[in-house]
Ligand binder design. Structure first.
Ligand SMILES: [Zn+2]
Length: 335
């Protein structure tokens, strides 16, 4: 069993993009409005997946993708709370329909209706709807809804606590996932994503968050940003601050995915981070779509790197599916 814990619906039917364009242009004119939700047929959903995500699953021999709306499209910095709320409902409903059409292939993870300056507690109704009514097993949590300006409180602030309480109650983890960048300094997928991952880890390190929430779980995607490469720095910083070793401090609660697009990077991840903290993922169809001329294979064909890595069979099985079942508590019994 191979579970890919990080896939986005980047190939959604055009009607979804048209709806979003209307929303965004109304907000740009200073008058955010509510528009009729897009009408999309089951056949359009099938078409959008058969030649893309499902073909890739078949070709690469993976079984189940933990599937969420397009991350760069969440655009929490655009419009107001109502804009984000409507947009999250539309995107999450579409994920739910994809999961209903292909229950063997997809399990849903939701986008939260975050908005700059708005308390994360306001996301709870949509999280509950997605988990209890739609059978979703997790959420994507944007640590920076301002899109590259980091104006809201850090992840260890009490600002976030009501949402964490609900995540614990529902037994759902969050993948830390920024969205688009509206700060020209930060390229979205090249800089803002990796910054977001690294920043979230350091916020966890310098907090008592997991004392307050011992069962709260986060997945830091893209291989943990810069974290595994700089593991010595983080261990040293923790030691200088008089904190316990990282394993004790964070690794009951923080997990990393394998969206690292070359063999040496995966090898380093596997060497530094314990195998029980690594979840297989590819982020297809996603950030990097081309073929690596050095290998002749797609950069995001991460299964090749895991298969080629020096790993015991038990550890490989944990990375491919065992850890996903542990982290996504609702995966086993999903509706
Ligand atoms: Zn992603």
């Amino acid at each position: 069993m191979i579970i890919d814990c990080h896939g986005h619906y980047t190939t959604a039917p055009e009607a979804l993009n048209e709806y979003r364009r209307l929303q965004v242009s109304a907000c740009e004119c200073g008058k955010c409005e509510i528009f009729p939700r897009p009408v999309i047929s089951d056949d359009q959903i099938r078409e959008s997946l058969e030649t893309k995500q499902l073909r890739i699953q078949r070709e690469r021999g993976t079984d189940l993708t933990i599937f969420s709306p397009r991350a760069v499209g969440m655009g929490h910095h655009i419009g107001d709370e109502r804009t984000s709320s409507e947009w999250a409902i539309v995107c999450n409903d579409l994920i739910h329909r994809a999961c209903q059409l292909y229950p063997e292939n997809f399990a849903g993870v939701c986008q939260l209706p975050q908005s700059p300056g708005v308390e994360p507690a306001r996301c709870i109704p949509e999280l509950e709807r997605c988990v209890k009514e739609l059978g979703f097993i997790g959420c994507n949590l944007n640590p920076d809804p301002t899109g590259g300006y980091w104006k809201d409180p850090p992840l260890h602030d009490k600002w976030w606590y009501p949402l964490y309480e609900k995540m614990v109650e529902l037994d759902v983890p969050a993948m830390i996932h920024v969205s688009g960048s509206c700060n020209p300094h930060f390229h979205a997928t090249g800089a803002h994503y990796i910054n977001g991952d690294t920043t979230a880890f350091m916020q966890f390190l310098t907090s008592s968050l997991f004392k307050d929430f011992p069962t709260l779980k986060f997945i830091i995607p893209h291989g943990g940003g810069a974290v595994p490469y700089h593991w010595g720095r983080y261990r040293g910083l923790a030691q200088d601050m008089g904190l316990p070793p990282l394993k004790e401090l964070l690794l009951q609660n923080v997990f990393f995915d394998t969206c690292v697009y070359h063999q040496p990077g995966i090898d380093l991840l596997l060497k530094v981070i314990p195998p029980e903290n690594i979840l297989f993922a590819s982020e297809t169809v996603g950030a990097v779509r081309g073929v690596d001329p050095e290998t002749g294979h797609h950069f995001d064909d991460t299964r090749r790197y895991i298969d080629a890595a020096v790993l015991g069979e038990a550890d490989r099985a944990s990375i491919y599916s065992g850890n996903a079942y542990r982290v996504y508590g609702r995966l086993k019994n999903r509706a």
